[in-house]
Design a binder for this molecule. Sequence first.
Ligand SMILES: [Zn+2]
Ligand SMILES: [Zn+2]
Ligand SMILES: [Zn+2]
Length: 386
Amino acid sequence: MSITFGRKSGKDTGKLESKSEHKIGGLDNISSIFKGHPNESEAKTKDPPIEELITSEPDLPKPSTSKSVQLIQEIQKLDDKTIKPFVDYNEGRMFYPLLSKIGEVQDNVGYLDGLVADGILEKQVYEKLIVCPIHPDTFSSSVRLYCPKCHSMSVEKLNLFEHKACGFITESTNFDFADPENSICPSCKKTIKNFDKEIRIPAMWYQCNDCSEKFDNAVIKLHCRKHEHDFDTNSGQFVTTFSYKLKNSDISVNSDTTQIKDELLKLLQGFNFNAKLNVSIKGKSGNVHEIPIYGKSKETNQTILIFIKNQSNGIDQSDMNSILVPKLDIDPTNTLLVTVSGINDGVESLGEHYGINLISESDFSQIISRVEEYVKKSYAKKGGKK
Ligand SMILES: [Zn+2]
Ligand SMILES: [Zn+2]
Ligand SMILES: [Zn+2]
């Protein structure tokens, strides 16, 4: 069974629609530092709603209708398993285009932060933007260079060029590199074929076109593009943007569970399963997950994942979520979470929703008999694929 959707996802945030292209004159805009520079392509947001895609896949398990499950599946399609922000510099907005695929508002950062708290996503610093101290909501600022003497913006960058072969040094303007095939040294008249190898740049400075002043360091200002004023680079404020990475499953190996694992292994083998402990299983996304117990029926090829977690505070939602990621990626026939701990409120229904079966008993032997019952019921009768 497959839970991949019949459509490729946008590979990155750069494909998103942008109302206007940046028109940057002269020097590079800060925004060009940003990856995923927008292009004019529209219509990416007009994808069919996710519900349609899901219903087109007849054997999709019920829990996939959950938004979080959909989101995890969408992230698993991405190469770096990371939701990245997209910054609209003209509008001064930041949002997460991927959220639109699950019918969520694109700037719902609270939703993503909730998934961080739930242990599904990991929040990472994506970028630091320098923004105007007076208009911090405006992300768009550009760098401007001024003449330190007359404050003109008409500043030229000049270099010295040295022809390594003959040692001739002159201002770059005296070398004509308009035709790179036929550049000639003004001194020795030899053809310069490879600029990088044959020419050295011993010095660089600026010259003002208005007052002719030559200087080493131009005055650098940042320009608030929306409100059209300059501000000092040091007065700029930082805005941090975050990306959200899908957490790798980190089911910690707990020595206390060795005995129960061995028992469960024997139990599965008794039901004619190929079963293994602490095994690395590659999911559909290519990610590898550490699974405490993995079993595959020799008769029906049905599979089972068994997770063991013991928490003094009881099993909570984040324990459940950490199982959900490998469960969705490996897509076994059944998934079990066994524990000697208590189960916190709401976790049982969450497990039901996700298709993860919970077995909680205060001692190991009871757990074993419950698992035995479960396996008997789920695998012995059925036969054939679900
Ligand atoms: Zn401003
Ligand atoms: Zn000047
Ligand atoms: Zn020369």
